[in-house]
Ligand binder design. Structure first.
Ligand code: NDP
Length: 253
């Protein structure tokens, strides 16, 4: 798919990886529908895209709310006239041990709140946005592509029972969608980033970050632009479908 003038939705487009993806796609001439909770972050990303001479619009929407997501995709199609792609990027962490044990006694548990918050955004949000994007593309007869942002953590990572469950799931959902939607000209893939230097990761303690970087064969965190380039590669290559692209500096957890 040639990206010029294609309409792409990026959730979590206000900052971090979502902003880098928006700028990468804008650089290729795509039109952007950027979705987030924070209007200030969105304004900044929209302004940066506009500097690259493309149409970019902001949509405040909580991806966990079914009605809001249905309306979002109707609005995007009404505003731009079509839809060609989605990056399911909005995501959160609420890390904690599954069980905390001191001297043989269980002193803490991952709470239902930690579990539900992460499942709602990372899993339900991805499900809803993927479903509504595909529904619109099918009805428009528009070929396109959906990319779910998974994570290296999908294999299982200490302190991330909730997050790993969602990131394994969004990868598997992309495989299912690839199989179900190919007949409509819609591809679905995922990307599994390693540790990338966005706010989500940079908010960790410096000692923890140093330890992580030391364990990566590349000896550094990834850059948001390196994930963004994987996004444009997938959009542009029509034979990439149903697979997970790993962009992690060779780290294995
Ligand atoms: P950030 O926290 O920097 O950005 C996430 C964005 O998603 C924020 O703008 C946030 O908005 C938005 N968001 C959160 N919840 C919702 C919601 N309910 N509805 C709409 N928007 C929402 O994260 P990153 O850029 O680092 O991560 C982006 C994606 O990449 C996530 O899915 C993450 O799991 C994944 N990832 C990141 C890695 C990394 O190393 N950074 C590694 C592997 C995967 P607000 O600011 O208003 O909360």
């Amino acid at each position: 798919m040639e990206l010029k003038d294609k309409v792409i939705v990026v959730t979590g487009g206000g900052r971090g990886l979502g902003r880098a993806m928006a700028l990468e796609l804008a650089g290729k001439g795509a039109k952007l529908a950027l979705v987030d909770l924070d209007p200030n972050d969105l304004d900044t990303t929209v302004a940066q895209c506009a500097e690259l001479d493309v149409e970019a619009r902001s949509y405040i929407c909580n991806v966990t709310e079914e009605d809001a997501v249905e309306q979002l995709f109707k609005d995007v199609v009404a505003d731009f006239g079509t839809l060609n792609g989605l990056v399911n990027n909005a995501g959160i962490t609420r890390d904690g041990l599954f069980l905390k044990v001191k001297e043989g006694k269980v002193v803490g548990k991952m709470s239902m709140d930690q579990w539900n918050q992460v499942l709602n955004v990372n899993l339900t949000g991805t499900f809803l946005c993927g479903r509504e994007a595909a529904a619109q593309m099918i009805e428009l007869g528009s070929a396109g592509c959906i990319i779910n942002i998974s994570s290296i953590s999908r294999h299982g990572n200490m302190g991330q029972t909730n997050y790993t469950a969602t990131k394994a799931a969004v990868q598997a959902m992309a495989v299912t969608w690839a199989k179900e939607l190919a007949r409509y000209g819609i591809r679905a893939t995922s990307i599994a980033p390693g540790y990338i230097g966005t706010e989500m990761v940079m908010s960790m303690k410096p000692e923890a970050l140093d330890k992580i970087a030391a364990g990566i064969p590349a000896k550094r965190l990834g850059k948001p632009e390196e994930i963004a380039r994987a996004v444009s590669f997938i959009f542009e290559n029509d034979y990439v479908n149903g697979r997970c692209i790993e962009v992690d500096g060779a780290l294995r957890i």
